[in-house]
Design a protein around this ligand. Structure first.
Ligand code: COA
Length: 135
């Protein structure tokens, strides 16, 4: 855990990945994690979110991902934010839809799981699209 924390702080300091831990305001219970990562050679970022399985379907991912968009567009001045999910991940697809992501493409070799490529759907939102949804 100490090693993970040290690596997380190092990545943040180098501006290579921003990791947030979410807790409930009332009791401080661990809810999940959020990452915002720069896409090399561009003014774009990619976000990812994970919610503890005992807390699924309570709106936490949607709330967290909205914070990720505010951080990327507001603080980091991103021009584009991307997010992706495994094609079978319907809950994640719904969260992304609720956030207002529209354009989408399939990536056949999304990520490796147990030696097999998992296809992903990747979505992008521009700063202008985010502003339109914010107002
Ligand atoms: C995907 C994940 C982040 C969703 O978190 P969550 O806190 O449950 O999400 P929310 O409660 O904000 O929204 C979930 C939505 O998906 C819907 N949903 C859940 N399971 C679904 C399914 N099998 N099919 C269709 N919709 C589904 C819910 O009804 C809800 O939509 P609604 O608000 O319109 O009712 C969570 O399941 C998770 O951490 N999974 C593992 C990691 C992961 O897949 N991360 C995403 C990659 S970036």
């Amino acid at each position: 855990m100490a090693e993970w924390t040290a690596k997380t702080i190092e990545l943040w300091t180098e501006e290579n990945q921003y990791t947030f831990t979410a807790r409930t305001t009332e009791s401080g219970v661990f809810v999940g994690r959020l990452v915002v990562r720069p896409v090399e050679g561009s003014n774009a970022y990619r976000i990812g979110f994970w919610i503890h399985p005992t807390l699924w379907n309570k709106g936490y991912a949607t709330e967290l991902a909205r914070c990720a968009l505010s951080f990327a567009f507001g603080e980091l001045k991103a021009e584009t934010v991307a997010v992706a999910h495994a094609v079978w991940n319907k809950a994640s697809a719904r969260v992304i839809e609720k956030l207002g992501f529209e354009s989408c493409r399939e990536i056949a070799q999304g990520f490796m799981k147990r030696g097999q490529w998992v296809p992903e759907l990747e979505y992008k939102m521009t700063r202008a699209e985010w502003r339109r949804d914010e107002t």
